[in-house]
Structure formats: structure tokens, C-alpha cells
Design a protein around this ligand. Sequence first.
Ligand SMILES: Cc1cc2nc3c(=O)[nH]c(=O)nc-3n(C[C@H](O)[C@H](O)[C@H](O)COP(=O)(O)OP(=O)(O)OC[C@H]3O[C@@H](n4cnc5c(N)ncnc54)[C@H](O)[C@@H]3O)c2cc1C
Length: 304
Amino acid sequence: MSSTSHDPRSLVTVDADGFPCVESPVLQTEAGTRYLTAPGIALLSRPSFRPEGLAGFLAGFQDELGFDSYLADPVPLSPGAGICKAAGQLCYLSFGPRRSMNADGDRYFDNIRESGHGSVLEHANYSMLIYGVSRSLTHELVRHRAGFAFSQVSQRYVSPDLVRFVERPEFRAMPELHALFEERIDRLAQEHLKLCSVLSEQQTAGAQLLHGDSRTDARKKLQQAARAALSNETEAPIIVTGNARAWRHFLAMRGSEHAELEIRALAALIWACLVSQDALLFGDFRLGAAQDGAWILTTPTPRV
Ligand SMILES: Cc1cc2nc3c(=O)[nH]c(=O)nc-3n(C[C@H](O)[C@H](O)[C@H](O)COP(=O)(O)OP(=O)(O)OC[C@H]3O[C@@H](n4cnc5c(N)ncnc54)[C@H](O)[C@@H]3O)c2cc1C
């Protein structure tokens, strides 16, 4: 999964509408406990840009400025780069014939990054479903505050039957550790169910700490206690929306060779999805290999 023997871009499939995804198969122990061994990703939402919307605004300036030529640029941009470039050009009312043309998009965005004018990259937002990742990974992911929104599965609301686990690459690679992993998640799944059942008996018997005002509330009171049995290996599906500046910061921090192995693999796969959408916004990242053989990402402009 995280080996550099292949390029993360080769794991991305793009559907008929151009939305990328990385699939992750679900495995089962003999006892039926479900687990995954790699992140799954699906891009759910991406920018949409309609430059024609600028027409009325541009028409209000003197004809000799030639602002109407902005809408006649022969080179189309992707929606993300298009909205960010329009936002950047609005700052200086650079809509006339001497502006940076779309054909010079590479140079335009290099200049944006090198001059630290990163706020214009905040106009392009991308939402990803991320699954097949552990609770320890999402604990690191949600530390990224600026420009991100997170919605993560609730262990208080979701029934124990739906809990799945994630196997680390180190365990997957070594038969002894893999066998221990399968034993452990079977045991944890059993303990989780057992705790729910004992807590439920106590609740029915009137235990005050487990009192719930409604059926949902009562179930939550059981599950918030029973989840204590779950480990960091529990899967934590999450939908993350981030703007291009925020995703770039995430890729630079978590694609670094100092980042933890599981989140580093996720960063490389997210980059592979994002660069399939917008090479101007994400194409400056270079893929490499760390000492451990897993992917790393570097860019000359990690902080914009
Ligand atoms: C290799 C590695 C090891 C780590 N080890 C640890 C660890 O041992 N313990 C630990 O607790 N965390 C650790 N972290 C997490 C790290 O400290 C950050 O919480 C995480 O990487 C998010 O980074 P950030 O704050 O720059 O990102 P974001 O929250 O996305 O912020 C982006 C940028 O916005 C600005 N910003 C955001 N919020 C504020 C604010 N409130 N005030 C001022 N500026 C702001 C900053 O410039 C910031 O860099 C580690 C991270 C990495 C990559």
C-alpha cells in the first residue's frame, strides 16, 4: 500500500464525471470481524467556476481597458485554478490584455506561491470521503484547523455491529504480527459487544449513570461507555472539506518523511486525487521515497 514500488497516481480511478477515487477492499477474519488495510478515498465535491459571471462587472469599466477580453481567453483552466486566478486578478483589477493569460498559469501560480499570496488558494474547496483509516490517524488529521471541516463517525451513536478495524502496514507485512492483529480485533469486537450487553442489563436494572431520556439517548449512554474497549486500530471514516491552501499545508506536513507512516500514505493518495483535478494548484509537489520505502511529498513552497 505505501510502497514506492508503484506511484500513488496508479491507484486512482476517475469516473465518467471526472471524480477520482481510491478503492480499499474490506477483508474479514474467520470469525467475521471486518477490517481494511489501506485508505479508501472518494472526492465528493470540487470547485465549480463560471467566468461569465464576471461579465456585468467587467462591462462597467472603460471600453479602452479591454476588460471584456478576460472572458475570451482561449485556454480554459480547471475550475479550481480558474476561481483562484480570477480572485488573484481581482485584487489588482488585472483583467485587461496585459494580464497573465491562462496559458501562463504555471508562472502565475508559481508567483502566487513564491510571494506567499496563499489566501487566493482558499477559494477552491475539495471534499473527500476517507475510510480505511484508523482512529489514531484521524486524531492527527483533525489537528489541522485552518480551512478544514470534519465530520467523523460517532462511536457513541453507531452500533457495535458496524465497527471495522484497520491493519497497519507493519503488521500486514509480517505473518506473526498479522495473526496477532486478527486475534486482537476478534477479541476487541467480542469485548465491545459484551460490554454493550452487560451495560444494557445494568441500564434495564435502573443504573443512574446509564439513564437515557429517549431510545437514542439510552443507546448513546451504553455505547459511550462500551467504546472504551476499542483500540486505536478502529476504523474512523471521515468526510473532510478543505480549501487548496489548507490541503497544501496538510500535504507538506503529513507527506514529510517525519510524518507517521499511515497518514503519510494517506497524504500521498490525497495528493494523487487532488493533482488529477488540478495540476496548477498541486503539481509542484514531488513524490519521493523515505528510508522506510514509503512515499514522501516535497515542494519548494510548503508554506503559502
Ligand atoms: C511530524 C509531526 C509530528 C507531530 N508531533 C506532535 C506531537 O508530538 N504532539 C502534538 O500535540 N502534535 C504533534 N503534531 C501536530 C502539529 O503540532 C500540528 O498540530 C499539526 O501538524 C497541525 O499543524 P498546523 O497547526 O500548522 O495546521 P493548521 O491547524 O491547519 O494551521 C495552519 C496554519 O494556520 C496558522 N494557524 C492555525 N491556527 C492558528 C492559531 N490558533 N493561531 C495562530 N496561527 C494559527 C498557522 O500558521 C498554521 O501553521 C505533529 C505533526 C507532525 C507533522
